[in-house]
Design a protein around this ligand. Sequence first.
Ligand SMILES: Nc1ncnc2c1ncn2[C@@H]1O[C@H](COP(=O)(O)OP(=O)(O)OP(=O)(O)O)[C@@H](O)[C@H]1O
Length: 254
Amino acid sequence: MTVVLAAERLTKQFAKDDQAIVALRDFTLSVEEGSFVTVLGRSGCGKSTMLNLLAGLTEPSEGVVSHRGEKLTGPDMDIGYLTQSDTLMPWRDVQRNVEMPLEIRGVGAEERRGTAAALLQRVGLAGFEKHYPRELSGGMRRRASLARMLAGTPRTLLMDEPFGALDAQLRTELQEELLQLWQGSGQTVVFVTHDIEEALLLGDRIVVLGRLGRIVTDQKIDLPRPRALDTLRVDPAFVGLHTAMAAALKEGSS
Ligand SMILES: Nc1ncnc2c1ncn2[C@@H]1O[C@H](COP(=O)(O)OP(=O)(O)OP(=O)(O)O)[C@@H](O)[C@H]1O
């Protein structure tokens, strides 16, 4: 298998009031092409710091990130990033938000419109093209953000607790929709969460982080796909994995 994304011995420290704060220490990870890796960890263990480094948004204090064999020195159009909070542009309607990555690439207006319309249909937002972000619910804004990320056709997707702020039912809907969008796409995903069920529902592999991004467990998840939470919750294999992940999280925080 081809390694798409590689983090080698990453350390990140921030300066605050003349003091160095270490957020991530000696973090190493290889992500294979087409895989869905969920990174599970408690609040403050360095997940967002790690994802920002993988996205090329910040520079490591030590270590190297490589994407498709090349050292990452800044943001890359081939890497899509869905953050925890909304980054839709408030002054653009949904259609024009989704068109943005295509505009940056210099794609013509007609093709942009066609691509955006198809994506909005896929994420269930057909009919909302002319709405502004403030006129959408939280779930709809997440869908629009997802469509905007996909419009850039990145082969690698990084997601930082993208559904964390939604109610449980909506979260389940969006998780299942994300799986449908991803399956067969060939895209590689790194999805950060602190939710064990979410990690197990989505991932081919779960990496559990402890303090400062220490890898406590790195485990393959063989649960058959398609996966749905309702049926998974009563599957003994799922229950066993859930218990193991909970124990790993606990170990990581000590
Ligand atoms: N820009 C910054 N300046 C100073 N400290 C920072 C900065 N960014 C993160 N940190 C610190 O680094 C540590 C890890 O933060 P990070 O946001 O990566 O954790 P996280 O696992 O993503 O948390 P959460 O799940 O709550 O989002 C925290 O102690 C945080 O305070």
